[in-house]
Design a protein around this ligand. Structure first.
Ligand code: SAH
Ligand code: SF4
Ligand code: F3S
Length: 484
């Protein structure tokens, strides 16, 4: 390869490598007498799922064809490390992939995502998983083509994990799961350092994208059929704060960066052709009155807020470094409900944080009882190496945690069933997503409150927003009938 020909600027550089890969993949598929296939496995949150769409865009571009099966020519696992079981899942999965690789000539195995940002993981892979071919982290996913090219031309394991983001390159292909809805990153990283959480270590410091860049991306997506966008960030309410990388301090804002989250939402809503806007995740400490009124006054913004509470105990919240009390959280919920009475509230709750007493846990039960969430994602606290909580005294014994977890689950299910039934008999706009998995005569969609509805209909309606009467509440979902 003539090094001088490689563009130094992005995204040209990546398009250059995509072309180089294209030739090599074409050659390999001619030798094999068939199109080569790829499979992407996603382990993490919405951010990771969106990153996977970027990986798929590049793999399509260089000539691979997607398959649902891991028995493929290129397998990539986009990993998560937020809890220990996410790590275990990957190692289990790798054993299975090793088996496939032993029977499949020229198969390429690639690992990326949050777990790869941990030095001990890289060490283990280099020592024990030698059949892995390409490894990279969260800061350089845009370089997939360059890394594949490097592997194809050397045949050696390629490992490139960066400690922090140089500059995320955005203008690259993306392949959406759904034609009519899409995630859009508005910021990367997290500066909150909740004491249990590994995300700030593996995703780096918070950094907001320029508003203009976000708006352009959304306009472009609408032109290709998108009706609903989900704005993504670990803490969207702090969008627009400019942080200095080196010490986490807030630096001077330029005029353009002076757009905060409510203003960004307003600008996004003005885009013609866009029908629905969602966002996640909101940190309760940063949720402003301005955001509440922006949501209440803007019909395009879906009336759904994911507002992770984590625990109902002020003591535990303080040890978690969440920076709000039980009372402040409840007052915030009241304010939100006053402005939008029917809004759907969802949350994340963790049990078994170090030092959690029965009394602390009862405060968590009390929050669930009082708020009435539409949905609660429940987790057992998992010790993450190098986070402050991992070194705290009084780790809670497993039997106690399991007992609390099942009591919590019972209450959560009862309360969310009660809450979701408030829509019984109402007619709601539903964005149709797909044919029902169990019954082909039914289609499945979501209301703005993120409630799933199944109703009779056909594939022509996929991607359309239609009025549906919500007839029977079946716990977490509805059976309904279209009203036109
Ligand atoms: N940025 C989001 C959360 C991202 S992680 C927020 O602040 O709400 C998603 C969820 O995983 C968290 O809300 C938390 O409930 C859970 N989680 C994070 N670290 C965990 C740990 N060490 N053990 C168990 N659950 C954890
Ligand atoms: Fe983790 Fe807290 Fe950041 Fe959410 S806000 S990603 S829980 S550190
Ligand atoms: Fe997991 Fe990374 Fe998301 S650790 S939860 S995939 S940000």
């Amino acid at each position: 390869m003539d090094e001088k020909k490689i563009p130094s600027m992005e995204p040209d550089r990546q398009y250059y490598f995509m072309n180089c890969c294209k030739e090599l993949i074409l050659q390999r598929s001619r030798e094999a007498g068939r199109t080569l296939t790829y499979n992407v496995q996603t382990f993490g949150c919405q951010m990771n799922a969106h990153d996977s769409e970027k990986l798929k865009g590049i793999l399509d571009e260089i000539g691979y064809e997607e398959t649902e099966s891991e028995n493929a020519d290129f397998v990539i696992c986009n990993t998560c490390t937020v809890r220990e079981n996410a790590n275990q899942k990957l190692y289990g999965h790798l054993g299975h992939i090793k088996n496939i690789k032993s029977k499949r000539k020229n198969m390429i195995v690639c690992l990326c995502g949050c777990m790869m940002q941990e030095p001990h993981v890289i060490k283990t892979i280099k020592e024990k998983y030698r059949y892995v071919d390409i490894v990279f982290g969260t800061h350089n996913i845009y370089k997939l083509a360059e890394l594949i090219y490097r592997y194809l031309s050397s045949g050696n394991m390629v490992v490139e994990v960066l400690e922090k983001s140089d500059n995320a390159v955005e203008a690259l292909p993306q392949k959406r799961k759904y034609r009519f809805k899409s995630g859009v990153n508005i910021m990367y990283g997290c500066n909150n350092f909740c004491t249990y959480c590994i995300v700030p270590y593996v995703r780096g410091r918070e950094k907001s994208r320029e508003p203009q860049e976000i708006l352009d991306e959304i306009r472009c997506k609408i032109a290709s059929g998108v009706k609903e966008v989900m704005l993504l960030g670990q803490n969207v309410n702090s969008y627009g704060k400019k942080f200095d990388y080196s010490d986490g301090k807030i630096a001077e804002l330029t005029e353009n960066q002076n757009v905060r989250f409510p203003e960004l939402l307003n600008q996004v809503c003005k885009i013609d052709g866009l029908e629905r806007v969602r966002f996640m995740t909101s940190h309760p400490k940063d949720l402003s009155d301005e955001l509440i009124s922006t949501m209440a006054n803007n019909p395009k913004i879906c009336k759904h807020l994911h507002l992770p509470v984590q625990s109902g105990s002020t003591d535990i919240l303080q040890k978690m470094n969440r920076r709000y009390t039980k009372e402040q959280y409840l007052a915030l919920v009241d304010k939100i409900r006053e402005a939008m009475p029917d809004i759907s509230l969802t949350t994340d709750i963790m049990v078994g944080f170090p030092g959690e007493t029965e009394e602390d846990f009862m405060h968590t039960m009390d929050i669930v009882e009082r708020v009435g969430y539409d949905q609660v994602f429940t987790f057992i606290y998992s010790k993450r190496t190098n986070t402050p909580a991992a070194g705290m005294d009084n780790q809670v014994p497993e039997e106690i945690v399991k007992d609390r977890f099942s009591r919590l689950l019972e209450l959560v299910n009862k309360k969310s069933n009660e809450r979701i039934s408030r829509f019984s008999g109402m007619v709601k706009d539903v964005l149709v997503e797909e044919i029902n998995h169990q019954d082909q005569a039914y289609i499945t969609g979501r209301t703005e409150e993120n409630v799933t509805v199944h109703f009779p209909g056909d594939a022509n309606l996929i991607g359309q927003i239609v009025p549906v009467r919500l007839d029977s509440c079946m716990g977490f979902y509805y059976l309904g009938e279209m009203m036109r």
